[in-house]
Design a protein around this ligand. Structure first.
Ligand SMILES: Cc1cc2nc3c(=O)[nH]c(=O)nc-3n(C[C@H](O)[C@H](O)[C@H](O)COP(=O)(O)OP(=O)(O)OC[C@H]3O[C@@H](n4cnc5c(N)ncnc54)[C@H](O)[C@@H]3O)c2cc1C
Ligand code: HEM
Length: 457
């Protein structure tokens, strides 16, 4: 395997943290009152409101769907061995085929689901955004996707526990899981008509029970804050469609470099979106986000065009498994498309701060050179840190800039299987899918590839 060698830089002790990031050890700037200056640029800002207390854990309710199917352990998910059993495989194949039969009527299913939910549990309406026209399928799509994955308990259990803790930020409490289960099954039953047999009902009931029990237990066991309040301290419009936003929380958000959080802005109340901090956690409680607008996007457009210094955001609990394994000394390959650079940059910042002997190759890609918004800083970082190699990749001809040409998946796979590396892949769902596929095609061991697979967009 070969990859372009990184330029040599100063010795480890003289390496600087990642350019453009706050020094890791900077003390928190004092909060000196509301900002009155121009709407962008670093500044100190007014006091950060304290987060409201998390919702009280509810007493265990009598579930209207059983908590777990026969044969699973008391905790919720079956063990991997059990998951491979015929029972679970049968359950999943029944769920998939019954959902395939109604998938073409997803609009009707969605309307039925929310109609039922808001009738049997009217108080849940206010957990959702005011306007649900464009994004009313979010929860239902996520539910259906997750329920179909109960045969992958190892992947799913960490995610579901994080998701359960995360759902506290909406104000979800234990009883809501029963109501959502009832609405989900009711909507499916009505949409499927005669195809809804006893066997199908049992399969959905069992799978929903497994998933919801894990989320519920994790939420009820959590004692930390449900949300962190953060004040926008810098909003820098890097290009027409991209902004770098730095926010500061009053208490540290316990994230690891490479994880993501969800954010809610005052411009789009109750519309939470996942965003990956682009910096490693530090004592200054600053999180940096790189936000790119997607066409017709509600939240991304509002953040890029309308977020202002002094705005107060809410931040949900950290999620994701794309973090450095402290037990591993393997070299790293990071493949990042667009703002998928953010988590890779956070991991690199952590390695710079801690010092490392691991070789790191970062392939950073976009359609054209103009999309590589952070390339100058990345190249500087590679000059200063000899273990880091940065390879820009663009889909149009990139030779004049010293970039490789092609999609990220094509280019990375040209170098071989990278079989001895831990690999992270981050970016839009199609980019992640294509890159993981290209790596598997050239023989990369699947277990070496890390990405956050539950993108529901
Ligand atoms: C784990 C994770 C981490 C993320 N980190 C970041 C980040 O650091 N920076 C960042 O800018 N975004 C990030 N995203 C994407 C972000 O969460 C939103 O999905 C995105 O900002 C669009 O939200 P919206 O409200 O503007 O669009 P919506 O109003 O929800 O959707 C509008 C339209 O755009 C489509 N769409 C939604 N999301 C995408 C997308 N990602 N790519 C292409 N089309 C899309 C929708 O299908 C819809 O048709 C991340 C997503 C995940 C799952
Ligand atoms: C087994 C149970 C559940 C699963 C697997 C699940 C999964 C998810 C996921 C993955 C999302 C994020 C969707 C996205 O970002 O696109 C989401 C959003 C949401 N969930 Fe859940 N959820 C469950 C139960 C519940 C319950 C019980 C409630 C309470 C009513 C709830 C309320 C919400 C709300 C309000 C949103 C935001 C919706 C939006 O932005 O439109 N969820 N859910």
């Amino acid at each position: 395997m070969t990859y372009p060698p990184g330029p040599h830089g100063p010795p480890a002790g003289l390496r600087t943290p990642y350019p453009g990031s706050a020094p890791a050890a900077a003390p928190p700037p004092p909060f000196t009152g509301r900002h009155t200056g121009p709407p962008s640029g670093p500044t100190s800002v007014g006091p950060i409101p304290t987060a409201p207390p998390p919702p009280m854990p509810s007493p265990p309710a009598t579930p209207s769907v059983p908590s777990a199917p026969p044969g699973s352990d008391g905790v919720g998910l079956p063990t991997p061995r059990e998951a491979a059993s015929n029972d679970v495989n049968d359950m999943v194949s029944i769920i998939r085929s019954s959902f395939d039969a109604v998938a073409h009527r997803s609009d009707e299913l969605t309307q039925l689901f929310y109609g039922l939910l808001f009738r049997i549990a009217p108080e849940t309406r206010e957990l959702f955004p005011v306007t649900m026209e464009l994004q009313r399928t979010r929860l239902l799509r996520a539910l259906v996707h997750v329920v179909q994955m109960v045969d992958r308990p190892d992947d799913l259990s960490v995610f579901l526990r994080q998701l359960g803790r995360d759902h506290r930020k909406f104000g979800v409490v234990g009883e809501h899981y029963d109501k959502v289960g009832e609405a989900l099954l009711g909507a499916l039953r009505e949409t499927a008509g005669p195809l809804w047999t006893r066997e199908v009902e049992d399969a959905w009931t069992g799978a929903y029970g497994i998933v919801s029990q894990l989320m519920r237990e994790a939420a009820e066991a959590e004692r930390g804050p449900a949300v962190w309040m953060a004040r926008v301290m810098e909003h820098r419009r890097v290009s027409q469609d991209l902004a770098v936003v730095r926010v500061q929380t009053s208490q540290p958000v316990p994230y690891l470099a490479g994880q993501y959080v969800s954010v809610e802005t005052p411009q789009r109340p109750r519309m939470w979106r996942s965003m990956s901090p682009a910096n490693a956690p530090g004592p200054d409680c600053v999180l940096e986000f790189h936000v790119r607008t997607v066409p017709g996007g509600w939240v991304s457009r509002a953040i890029v065009s309308h977020a202002r210094v002094g705005d107060v955001w809410r931040i949900g609990p950290p999620m994701g498994q794309m973090t450095l394994d402290p037990r591993s000394q393997s070299d790293l390959l990071m493949v990042a498309g667009g703002t998928g650079l953010a988590p890779a940059r956070a991991i690199i910042e952590q390695l710079v701060t801690e010092g490392t002997d691991r070789k790191v190759a970062l392939f950073v890609g976009g359609r054209s050179w103009a999309d590589l918004y952070d390339i100058d800083a990345l190249r500087r970082s590679a000059q200063e840190n000899p273990w880091l190699t940065v390879v820009p990749v663009v889909e149009d001809d990139g030779r004049q800039y010293g970039a490789e040409t092609g999609t990220l998946g094509e280019v990375v796979a040209r170098y071989g299987a990278w079989a001895d590396r831990e690999i992270t892949v981050s970016g839009s769902p199609p980019m992640v899918r294509a890159t993981v596929g290209a790596l598997l095609d050239v023989g990369t061991p699947f277990l070496n590839i890390h990405y956050d697979p539950y993108h529901t967009d």
